[in-house]
Design a binder for this molecule. Structure first.
Ligand code: EPZ
Length: 434
């Protein structure tokens, strides 16, 4: 089984270029099937989650072609609207974003059948708000015996949907179902993440009429048909944030390119607060740190609050501060599973309910670690890069779901990391890096 081996202790320095936003790409790739024309989508991150979703889109009959590593052409005109149309298979159950095909196929054909979504085990992750939205548009939704969500409507009619919780997935899914519905849909208490805006911009470039994305009220006027488009996805806020915390935890100096600094404000302001230095440019940020960090309080919140997807990386960084920090996780109820791994590296972190109380320490010690999910996996890599000695990180399949060329990018910054799949390779690495 492949794992990372890492020798910590190097300050990471240099430049890194951020890929397209995974969570925007997932919504956009699914949205592309809404038209029968060809959509050309640029800046698609080449990560496992997008590859799996594209495989599913191809499996239902769409034409999918990689024009180059980051440019994908999708033509939904060849999808046959018959009774058997079902997005299923073991591989699709592993990703969360399969649920976007529910909204997209429902919007296109007035019916959809998709395997219940999987994804990282970070909480219960119900889909009641997605279902509530589809039902408001006139669909009947049930779960069949095979574990598929089945949604059907005579016709979809615009409606008023109030989200009981702020949810990224349901906001995007309801937009997908509503763009071709008759009349006007209003989504209240909508999520405001940059990827919501990106999906809305993509749909508008296909001819949809969506207003208010990025605020908590989104207004959609249904249109008769959507057309093909060419579109480039925004940079990944969380990949950028991960490299920002990596610079701080390793006391390095990294220029992080191809970012939208505005999307990083919550992260930037916390890093400045703990004593790091973040310099913002038009489409880049430079992050530097030296000396001990200061502790702070962080609460994860929907955008523009501090992102839950940066919580593990921030805890990992704060464990190196001088004093006591508290991080409260308010989005997902099971997102501290990696803390036990950090403890084996010497971290002093106590989880009480949905908060982690972190007593800062001088430095991590290398250990053999297992990634429990995507962002926690990235956080363990950060800890290992900052640690004294060797670490290994198993289950890197989670990390590969959302980070493109993660090890290559880290090596280019001077980090000692390699993918290995045998003891022999581990020994070779240790001999090489000393
Ligand atoms: C998206 O998940 C992202 N995934 C997650 O990214 C991210 O952590 C999350 O949004 C929050 O930003 C994708 O975009 C594919 P939510 P999603 O619906 O859509 C509750 C990563 O690491 N809820 O915004 O599943 C839910 O339980 C990941 O890249 C309901 O109660 O998240 C949670 O507490 C992991 N009912 C809260 O809302 C619903 O119907 C927010 O979830 C839907 C959600």
């Amino acid at each position: 089984m492949e794992k990372y081996v890492i020798k910590g202790g190097n300050a990471l320095e240099g430049e890194v270029t951020i890929a397209g936003a995974k969570n925007a790409a997932l919504g956009i790739l699914a949205a592309a099937v809404l038209t029968d024309d060809e959509c050309i989508i640029e800046n698609v991150p080449y990560v496992e989650d997008t590859k799996v979703l594209l495989r599913a889109i191809e499996a239902i009959g769409a034409k999918v072609k990689y024009i180059d590593t980051h440019t994908v052409s999708i033509c939904g005109g060849t999808i046959e609207n018959d009774e058997d149309l079902c997005v299923t298979g073991e591989y699709i159950r592993k990703i969360r974003a399969s649920y976007y095909l529910l909204g997209a196929l429902l919007g296109k054909f007035n019916r959809a059948q998709v395997a219940l979504p999987g994804g990282c085990e970070i909480g219960l992750r119900p889909i009641d708000q997605h279902i509530k939205g589809f039902e408001a548009l006139g669909a009947k939704v049930c779960i069949d015996n095979g574990g598929n969500v089945v949604a059907k409507a005579e016709r979809l009619v615009g409606s008023h949907v109030y989200m009981d919780v702020v949810t990224v997935g349901a906001t995007i899914n309801i937009m997908l179902a509503a763009v071709l519905a008759e009349g006007k849909t209003t989504i209240e208490n909508a999520a405001k993440e940059p990827h919501i805006v990106d999906v809305a911009n993509f749909l508008n470039s296909m001819g949809a009429n969506i207003k208010g994305a990025g605020t908590d009220v989104i207004r959609i006027r249904g249109v008769q048909r959507l057309k093909g488009t060419e579109y480039s996805i925004i940079p990944d806020q969380i990949e950028a944030g991960t490299f920002m915390t990596m610079a701080v935890a390793t006391k390095g100096n990294i220029l992080i390119k191809n970012v939208i600094p505005k999307h990083l404000e919550a992260i930037t302001s916390k890093l400045n607060e703990i004593g790091a230095h973040v310099i913002e440019y038009d489409d880049a940020v430079r992050v530097m740190a030296d000396g001990r960090l200061k502790p702070t309080q962080v609460k994860t919140l929907p955008y523009p609050g501090f992102p839950t997807d940066m919580q593990p990386q921030m805890v990992t960084t704060l464990a190196l501060s001088q004093g006591t920090s508290v991080i409260t996780e308010s989005i997902f109820e099971n997102r501290f599973r990696y803390v036990a791994e950090l403890a084996r590296m010497g971290a002093k972190i106590k989880v009480e309910g949905n908060s982690a109380v972190i007593t800062g320490m001088e430095g991590y010690k290398g250990a053999d670690l297992v990634a429990p999910d995507l962002r926690a996996g990235a956080a363990l890599v950060i800890a290992a890069l900052a640690a004294e000695g060797f670490s290994t990180v198993e289950d890197i399949k989670y990390i590969l779901r959302g980070y493109e060329n993660f090890d290559e990018k880290i090596r280019a910054l001077g980090g000692e990391i390699q993918v290995i799949d045998s003891e022999k390779e581990l020994m070779k690495f240790k001999l090489r890096v000393g």
